[in-house]
Design a protein. Structure first.
Length: 105
């Protein structure tokens, strides 16, 4: 919301909702990186979703709720950020702290 307010001069509640959804992109693989990385990834996703929505609007792409930018672009950012920022110190595959698959099912 702060990004949109500074860039376009007025707040936009729909961008706040989409930014909140996009900011959750670091949550699924959180076990393989620290909280500071998650804050960075969520902040980038919050700005990225707003930028992509305005690009979609300028290209006249019919996406009234911003699903492409939230789930597509920011989901892809969440996947890429896992590879870029994972350090394995919080656990992960092959460590003693992982839960066996049989426990999950």
């Amino acid at each position: 919301m702060i990004y949109v307010w500074l860039k376009y001069g007025k707040p936009d509640p729909s961008m706040l909702a989409n930014g909140t959804l996009a900011g959750s992109s670091p949550s699924p693989p959180l076990r393989v990186r620290h909280g500071a990385s998650a804050v960075l990834i969520g902040g980038v996703a919050g700005v990225l979703v707003c930028a992509v929505i305005y690009i979609e609007r300028s290209l006249k792409i019919d996406d009234p709720v911003g699903a492409i930018s939230v789930h597509g672009v920011c989901g892809l950012w969440g996947i890429l950020s896992l590879g870029l920022l994972a350090d394995g110190s919080m656990g992960g595959i092959g460590t003693a702290s992982t839960v066996p698959c049989a426990v999950l099912f």
